[in-house]
Design a binder for this molecule. Structure first.
Ligand SMILES: Cc1ncc(COP(=O)(O)O)c(C=O)c1O
Length: 415
């Protein structure tokens, strides 16, 4: 463990990009997200995932409320990603049929008549785990095929979970971004449909649908918050790999609330902090991180921003934060060992980093300027998304039971 790793942050408020309205968020408005939600609701087993309130943790950390959307319950897949893959695949198939997705609820799309009209389609993706499992699950549910590639260093348990959904899976000896390019090239040769959870110039239809699918999670959370007596959150912490999820959440809240939009804090793994680096550079252009992207937060190990999400976050997010691994580890322990009376949340590495960050913001001098600028205090209602459960169970136990990735001394002393 390196002991000089600090949490780094940069504020966006006040820059010329903040709220300059250049990025179009209309594709994430309530009507668009309702379409995605409509499709999701037709899938057997659909239920909103729980939104957990943690009042004791909120009191401990000096904020008004902490609400955590627990995506470990999503369709039994232990992560949120299927919201994106299922809506994108369904949308693609609707396009092949020349129909609108609203005419194709799950049972029609998976039925014999439509299956015969479509024939066999193969969907291909690169994944650190969760997205690939989501693509494989959706392909199986819709009686289609899938091919999934994983980057170097991928976890065996995550590979096995994808194979169990019937996909052809292999691990490549390259990083995530490189594998995405290789999958796109191979799919082009073989006539497969690439279902990638990130956009790049010329490839935006499917990732836009993936992002809109993630919007279901935000709309559910907003409904649940309202039932709990809050009109809206004041702060949303959204973890980012390529930024599809964070961009979707930001886009949705901005479209719904306009200038009254909650403050969105984008949280990354420091080994793959492309948004943080882009914001720090301050010229409005994306930066990439290359190399092995070796982080505990496998789901966030993506070094190149999604081109749709980038503009939305650049123009709207309030802050960008780059977190070392111990931040995620602390979040996993906090959510897994709740203060008396708060509910237990089984949150994996990429799911828990925002809770870890919030806990450090309550006690570290080096984060107090950010906390003040964001007006994070006793009246704040903070919304977090635990985007995965223990998708790598051995790793989860290593952190939560055996103390892997400890918080280092300087952090414990609050400097
Ligand atoms: C559990 C989890 N959380 C968050 C993310 C980040 O999502 P995105 O890559 O859209 O930024 C991922 C991506 O795979 C993930 O698996």
């Amino acid at each position: 463990m390196e002991h000089d790793e600090k949490i780094l942050w940069v504020l966006n408020e006040g820059t010329k990009y903040f709220r300059n309205r250049a990025a179009d968020v209309s594709r994430f408005n309530e009507a668009e997200i309702a379409r995605a939600r409509g499709f999701h609701s037709s899938i057997p087993g659909y239920e909103p995932t729980p939104l957990r309130s943690l009042p004791r943790l909120a009191a401990e950390l000096g904020v008004g409320g902490i609400y955590v959307k627990d995506e470990s319950y999503r369709f039994g897949l232990n992560a949120f990603k299927v919201l994106g893959a299922s809506y994108a695949i369904a949308g693609y198939l609707a396009g092949m049929l020349g129909m609108d997705i609203s005419e194709l609820p799950y049972d029609v799309l998976a039925g014999d008549e439509i299956r015969n009209r479509l024939g066999e389609v193969t969907f291909a993706a690169t994944t650190d785990g969760n997205h690939g499992r989501a693509v494989a699950w959706t392909a199986r549910m819709l009686r289609q095929n899938s091919v999934v590639y994983m980057p170097k260093g991928s976890s065996e348990s995550r590979r096995a979970a994808i194979a169990a959904e019937g996909a052809r899976v292999s691990v490549r000896d390259v990083n995530y971004d490189e594998s995405v390019r290789m999958t796109a090239a191979e799919a082009n040769e073989k006539g497969w449909v690439v279902v990638q959870d990130t956009a790049w110039p010329g490839y935006e239809d499917i990732p836009l649908r993936i992002m809109q699918g993630y919007g279901s999670m935000a709309v559910e959370a907003l409904e649940q918050l309202r039932l709990a007596g809050h009109e809206r959150p004041t702060h949303v912490f959204a973890q980012a790999g390529v930024g599809s999820f964070a961009g979707a959440a930001q886009g949705f809240f901005r479209a719904v609330f306009g200038e009254e939009c909650p403050k969105v804090v984008v949280v990354e793994a420091n080994k793959a902090d492309c948004y943080y680096r882009s914001a720090r550079a301050g010229d409005g252009r994306p930066r990439s991180v290359t190399g092995d992207l070796d982080t505990l937060m496998a789901g966030l190990a993506c070094g190149e921003p999604n081109t749709i999400a980038f503009g939305i976050l650049r123009d709207n997010a309030s802050a960008f934060v780059s977190c070392p691994d111990y931040v995620a580890a602390r979040g996993m322990r906090i959510l897994g060992n709740p203060l008396g009376g708060d509910p237990f949340i089984r949150s994996g590495e990429s799911g828990a980093v925002t809770a870890g960050l919030l806990s450090f913001m309550a006690r570290l001098d080096c984060l107090s300027d950010m906390k003040n600028a964001l007006k994070l205090g006793k009246d704040s209602v903070v919304l977090l998304f635990s985007t995965e459960g223990d998708t790598d169970p051995a790793r989860y136990r290593g952190v939560v039971w055996d103390g892997e990735f400890p918080t280092y001394d300087q952090m414990r002393e609050g400097k």
